[in-house]
Design a protein around this ligand. Sequence first.
Ligand SMILES: Nc1ncnc2c1ncn2[C@@H]1O[C@H](COP(=O)(O)OP(=O)(O)OP(=O)(O)O)[C@@H](O)[C@H]1O
Ligand SMILES: [Mg+2]
Length: 157
Amino acid sequence: MAYKKILVPLDGSSFSKRAVEGAIKVAKADHASIILLGVVEIPPAAFEGYTEFAVNVEANVELKKKLYQFLDEEADNLRDKGLNTAVVVKEGLPIEEIDATVESEGVDLIVMTTHGRRGFSRFLLGSVAEKVVRTASCSVLIVRPTAPELKIIEGKS
Ligand SMILES: Nc1ncnc2c1ncn2[C@@H]1O[C@H](COP(=O)(O)OP(=O)(O)OP(=O)(O)O)[C@@H](O)[C@H]1O
Ligand SMILES: [Mg+2]
């Protein structure tokens, strides 16, 4: 069985980028294309119209721009390696936008790492990683940043 479309969610942190190596390996082996997805987080209450959680539109535009730059840079690296790569930025709750992208794009594999912006501080898995593992409708590859081959990559740089 070959994977055809790989989703790599990235939250803008350097930690999240450690999933990319794993995605490259699978994409090369299976001739799969890659979607890099960034979600500008909007607190759930904002959807329900609570004014105290009003979305700061200007701050969001700025965040969106930064996330695009971060994803575009990564996409350029992947394209240099001959991989078909798309960049998508959405607003909302990361887990919902990840799920929606899996459905709308026909994603068959999600590749991500254990943590993101918040880092190792709390649990075995970050909250988004945990929800993806529990609820995703496709296969999930969780890259552990302490995996031996990633240590070798770090050692090289
Ligand atoms: N806003 C986001 N956009 C895209 N992907 C995200 C986003 N937030 C999290 N992810 C994905 O989930 C992975 C794990 O991040 P997660 O948010 O679960 O951990 P954390 O930030 O360390 O902890 P916390 O649960 O406190 O947020 C990230 O590496 C990334 O793949
Ligand atoms: Mg997070």
